[in-house]
Design a protein around this ligand. Structure first.
Ligand SMILES: NC(=O)c1ccc[n+]([C@@H]2O[C@H](COP(=O)([O-])OP(=O)(O)OC[C@H]3O[C@@H](n4cnc5c(N)ncnc54)[C@H](O)[C@@H]3O)[C@@H](O)[C@H]2O)c1
Length: 250
């Protein structure tokens, strides 16, 4: 049985490697999906995948670091979806920069890309969820927030921003728990996305050597974990940070 039948979900970063898979798996589980991303062509491609799964799609290209633009774009999605039950904050991404030479601009950009946008999108959906006394928010953090990144030297700003996502998740979970809204985070380790295809064999082996299961994450499995948090069985799960990293952060 579909776990998200007739749920209305908004996914940020919906044009990206993980965001597109989350949208498609959500659609297979019965949800209608709204996507936000900078990349209009990528959004259209994700929309095709959602429609191929037989569900409704609406997407808006927006810079998620722009608070006012996100409020407007999200209001449009909520209007077209007829409400919002689930928000997945997936947009983000790291940039390698060594701390001793990092510019304030690089620091601020990483904070904006990985933390501010979670505030912007969550702030845009929360009033609707509180009014409905029901909602699920799932934030994509990173193993970097938990373990410092290990293999990737130069990830301090990204790790700090993703640790901020975890703090936001826990504090907001407490703030809205009695109003029927759950807030959880996923902390993925390295996923088998197309971005990993450029790894040299040496780098791949070094990465796998640090992962107890010796497996990269499967994006479909990550999406199914989010379905659990967004679906009926997740109703009493809140404030959790779920590592999906093959034991890398142990
Ligand atoms: N892929 C991994 O191995 C991995 C591991 C841990 C955490 N993560 C996290 O998972 C999330 C998704 O990763 P991914 O591999 O799909 O990355 P990706 O680069 O494929 O997708 C990220 C998406 O976010 C969008 N985006 C970035 N900044 C934006 C902005 N300001 N406004 C609008 N859209 C913006 C991009 O356009 C892109 O489509 C990210 O938050 C990332 O930090 C990924």
């Amino acid at each position: 049985m579909a776990q998200l039948e007739s749920r209305r979900a908004i996914v940020t970063g919906a044009a990206g490697a993980l965001g597109a898979v989350i949208c498609e798996v959500f659609a297979r589980e019965g949800a209608n999906v709204g996507g936000l991303d900078l990349n209009a062509d990528g959004l259209a491609a994700t929309g095709e995948r959602v429609r191929a799964a037989g569900r409704e799609w609406t997407g808006t290209a927006v810079d998620l670091t722009d608070f006012d633009a996100v409020q407007d774009a999200t209001a449009g999605l909520i209007d077209r979806l007829g409400g919002v039950d689930v928000l997945v904050n997936c947009a983000g991404g790291g940039a390698v920069s060594f701390f001793h030479e990092m510019s304030p601009e690089t620091w601020r950009t990483q904070m904006a890309r990985n933390l501010d946008q979670v505030f912007n999108a969550t702030r845009a959906v929360l009033p609707s969820m509180l009014a409905a006394r029901s909602g699920r928010i799932i934030n994509i953090a990173s193993i970097a927030a938990v373990s410092g990144g290990r293999l990737v030297r130069g990830a301090t700003a990204y790790a700090a921003a993703k640790a901020g996502v975890i703090g936001l998740t826990k504090a907001l979970a407490i703030e809205v728990a009695e109003q029927g809204v759950t807030v959880n985070a996923i902390a993925p380790g390295a996923q088998a996305t197309p971005g990993r295809d450029k790894d040299t064999p040496e780098r791949r082996e070094a990465l796998l050597a640090q992962i107890p299961t010796r497996l990269l994450g499967n994006p479909e499995h990550l999406a199914e974990a989010i379905v659990f948090l967004a679906g009926p069985a997740g109703v009493n799960v809140t404030g959790v940070v779920l590592p999906l990293d093959g034991g890398h952060s142990i």
